[in-house]
Design a protein. Sequence first.
Length: 130
Amino acid sequence: MAGKSDIINSTIGEGSVFEGKFYISGSLRVDGKFEGEIKTDDELVVGETGKVKTNINAKSVVVAGTVIGNISADDEVRLLETGRVLGDIVTPNLSIQRGVIAQGHITITGGHKKDVKKLIEDSYGVEPKS
């Protein structure tokens, strides 16, 4: 399971436990256990053995393991078949494979910066042209 960028800058390996703040310029893969705060300007990959308890802010997020916390991604979130998420997701693009287990609110912005609820309500109120 490679992410969009096949180059991973940092890895928390399987069997490792990390608690604290992790701010990186580049991508991060978590195959161990992480609790704290993660911010990256690139991709975060939670591998099948990865367990993450935090709110995530990243360019893109791939979840094949377990995430407890909210996910905010600038580009996309991909939930793979072994992924488990308990938290809200905000992203312009979302892909979900069969087998995913998730609970939370999902907001798909489609890349719009405006309030998504207002955009949808406004589109409902527009009368078709005759």
